[in-house]
Design a protein around this ligand. Structure first.
Ligand code: GLY
Length: 349
């Protein structure tokens, strides 16, 4: 097992290893005096792991209950949060009680957001069960729901008390969910670690636990320096600015990781086309994405992608911060005028 210490406004550990679900109760009891625990999960994950976590919590002396919603981004809405909060109030959850997020990114983002507002804030624990949630969304305290104008437009920063990544849960993932996680892992490599980039490309021959731990270390270092996303944390949006637009253009039929992969390829080609990046970098990124069975191109109209990019929350007045790779392992924040975004996207397509 690997343990990574995160030093944000709430300090916590990320534990990564096999068989952690069965000891979840014991581990949570070591840091919480909660009586009630609400397990928040979806209808794909809960049937697989809900019983194990419930038994483990009960054995550790907690009174667990559950809130299970339909799997999918469409449920990541305020209406689901309201139903969860109503259930917690009806079950007399108190400020010292706890939420456990058992699932992927949608579950973690929603459970964390509910924890940030129930009784003005209670504690929560992340138990990510997808590769994407393990390497990205479960760490760093970004919580949110979607609004009709875009993803994650309503949320809060609220750090978990503990993250338990049981690598056994990755065994039940479909290939597309593994690919989604690999897109985020390649992203970390492009941002600051060329060695990680090479290993993720060759992930079938690598120790996945070690790769996850390295990604979490990078995320830890970034969020510890900029918990509230005012500066260097924006680097973690590499591939996301245009990637979110591609996801939205597909009406979210394209998964997040596949959107990020496409966004990463577009921004890499644009950076090279504009003479900012090292020659050959875009091809290296495309080759790695293809090795992980991820997309590198899209047929959507560049004008539509530009419009959707500008309705994303990451704009600032007349400007938008683009996250631009200059070489594998070296990425910068590049501020451009909103009016220039179409030209950038066209250059990358
Ligand atoms: N997923 C990007 C961040 O946590 O900032």
């Amino acid at each position: 097992m690997q343990t990574i210490h995160v030093n944000t406004s709430t300090a916590y550990e990320v534990q990564i290893g096999q068989g952690l679900l069965t000891s979840a109760g014991e581990k949570i009891a070591a840091l919480s005096h909660a009586k009630r625990v609400m397990i928040v999960s979806d209808d794909i994950v809960y049937p697989l792991y809900g019983e194990t976590v419930t038994k483990s919590l009960a054995a550790a002396g907690f009174a667990p209950s559950s809130f299970v919603f339909q799997n999918g981004e469409e449920r990541k809405r305020l209406s689901t949060i309201e139903a969860l909060l109503e259930q917690m109030a009806a079950e007399h959850f108190s400020r010292s009680d706890l939420i456990v997020a058992l699932g992927g990114g949608v579950v973690g983002d929603m459970a964390g957001f509910a924890a940030s507002i129930f009784l003005r804030g209670i504690a929560y624990v992340q138990i990510p069960t997808t590769l994407l949630a393990a390497v990205d969304s479960s760490v760093g305290g970004k919580t949110a729901v979607d609004l009709s104008r875009g993803k994650n437009l309503c949320g809060a920063f609220h750090q978990p008390r503990l993250v338990l990544c049981d690598t056994d849960t990755l065994k039940t993932l479909k290939p597309i969910n593994i690919e989604d996680g690999l897109a985020e892992m390649l992203k970390y490599g492009v941002i600051c670690d060329a060695d990680l980039f090479a290993k993720v490309k060759n992930y079938r021959n690598e120790d996945m636990e070690a790769l996850i731990a390295r990604c979490v270390e990078i995320k830890r270092d970034v969020v510890s320096g900029d918990e509230f996303d005012r500066g260097m944390r924006q680097l973690l949006n590499l591939g996301h600015t245009v990637g979110h637009a591609v996801e939205a253009a597909s009406n979210f039929t394209l998964t997040h990781g596949h959107g990020v992969a496409t966004g990463l390829a577009i921004i890499a080609r644009a950076a090279e086309e504009k003479g900012m990046a090292k020659a050959g970098m875009a091809k290296e990124i495309e080759d790695a994405l293809i090795a992980c069975n991820l997309p590198t191109v899209t047929d959507f109209d560049p004008a539509l992608l530009a419009e959707l990019t500008l309705s994303d929350k990451k704009t600032d007045g007349d400007n938008i911060n683009l996250i631009v790779p200059l070489a594998i392992g070296n990425t910068v924040i590049h501020r451009i005028l909103k009016a220039e975004i179409l030209d950038f996207i066209k250059a990358g397509m």
